[in-house]
Design a protein around this ligand. Structure first.
Ligand SMILES: Cc1ncc(COP(=O)(O)O)c(C=O)c1O
Length: 406
């Protein structure tokens, strides 16, 4: 039984901010005590570097760090040697783009992505466009940001080398048909990269079933600590892809003539001292989420979102941008009110949302507005919070929103 009130007791932020409604979970999430304790334990009684020391403290840190790699693999149905830790989802995506640029891509190759994407999945490709002459093309989407599969199929040709998409959009919550996209891509020899920043925290993920070549996500968006990103990559890529950073921990040996032999495991992408405490904290987070059950989390969130959407639809002054999407945030505007003014009104009432373009700066080409309010939920949010949110949104109009500034 998914008992949200019991679950909220696991999160100290609800105790320190009893009246806050936190609907900015797409940006980052609150942290459970078990994760905080794991990080605290490392600092207070377990501090040592990893993969470098032969004494007990260091070996114990190795054990905890490597355990998290195993847990991450289990969480997404991968193999342990297919998981590398970076600093965030952005770093993971940049590493993959850089690595593929070095080994798999050349001038004239085509990358397929979409106008719905976050900056982290567009800007690295734009740089390759400038520096290497690869061509970025956008797969057509519908008004709610969903890929049009038939259009995607039509774009397949020998120049297409990579398709790089978010499984769920951070603005519209559009859920892309990744399994179907991957099947079509692979039939045409195309590599598939999935930015899972907004899907992995919210629903079960099975990379074997999806058959994607790469998946990336960030720990901080799923109750984990900051500074931990994840790359899942199929073994063939993890063993040979060119790393972006060179240094300690990722080489097998090097010589004074400049030759070097790099490791073939995921450590290849973990040059220098990693975020050890973060990775260990993430291990505690993964155990916590698996105990709750990702399926239960997903079902609870779908129900809560539907409740939220139905209530928002009843408000005449609201423009909803993604009512058909069953997952993800509720993204809207109040008619005639600038999104940031409305968010300011909500902030004044102790409600945290995000407003603006949400780092998806070309999405306006699809939804015809630059700025929206995004209310993003997580499994610890409640119907009572939704009710209070909706009642507060009803109060917003041009006058009330501007009024908070005077
Ligand atoms: C879809 C998507 N991709 C990438 C990112 C970047 O994540 P991070 O800031 O953790 O690197 C975000 C963050 O909001 C996101 O929503």
């Amino acid at each position: 039984m998914f008992d949200v009130n019991k679950i909220r007791n696991d999160f100290p932020m609800f105790k320190s901010h009893p009246n806050l409604i936190y609907f900015d979970n797409g940006a980052t999430t609150f942290k459970p005590q078990v994760m905080i304790d794991a990080v605290n334990d490392f600092y207070t009684s377990g501090t040592a570097n990893v993969h470098r020391g032969d004494y007990e403290l260091s070996l114990h840190a190795d054990y905890l760090y490597d355990e998290t790699r195993k847990l991450t693999a289990k969480f997404i149905h991968a193999e342990e040697n297919e998981i590398a830790f970076t600093h965030n989802d952005t770093a993971s995506l940049n590493q993959i783009v850089y690595g593929l640029a070095k080994s798999h891509l050349k001038k004239g190759d085509v990358i397929l992505t979409s106008q719905v994407e976050h900056a982290s999945n567009l800007l690295p490709w734009y740089r390759l466009d400038k520096e290497l002459g690869i061509v970025v093309e956008y797969i057509p989407v519908d008004k709610q940001g969903r890929i049009l599969l038939d259009e995607f199929k039509k774009m397949m040709r020998k120049e297409v080398k990579v398709v790089s998409l978010a499984s769920v959009s951070n603005v519209l919550g559009s859920e892309q048909p990744i399994k179907e996209i991957t099947k079509i891509a692979h039939e045409n020899g195309v590599i598939v990269i999935v930015d899972g920043a907004q899907s992995v925290p919210h629903s079960p993920t099975d990379v074997k079933d999806l058959d994607v070549d790469f998946l990336t996500f960030s720990a901080h968006k799923m109750c984990g600590p900051g500074g931990v990103g994840i790359i899942y990559g199929k073994r063939e890529y993890m063993a040979s892809m060119e790393p972006q950073l060179l240094g300690g921990g990722m080489n097998a040996r090097f010589h004074s003539d400049g030759t070097m032999l790099l490791k073939e495991g995921p450590e290849r992408f973990e040059a220098g001292t990693p975020n050890i405490e973060g990775v260990i904290g993430f291990g505690a987070t993964l155990n916590y989420l698996m105990d709750l059950g990702m399926d239960s989390i997903h079902q609870y969130e779908i129900g809560l979102r539907k409740y939220f959407k139905d209530k928002m639809k009843e408000i005449d002054s609201i423009i909803l941008y993604n009512e058909d999407n069953p997952t993800g945030p509720i993204t809207f505007n109040v008619k005639d009110v600038f999104a940031q003014d409305a968010a300011g009104y909500l902030a004044n009432k102790n409600i945290a949302v995000r407003s603006g373009n949400h780092c998806a700066k070309i999405l306006h080409e699809i939804i015809q507005t630059d700025s929206t309010i995004r209310a993003s939920l997580y499994f610890y949010n409640t119907k009572e919070e939704v009710d209070r949110f909706v009642e507060t949104v009803k109060e917003i109009n041009l006058e009330s929103a501007i009024g908070i500034f005077f």
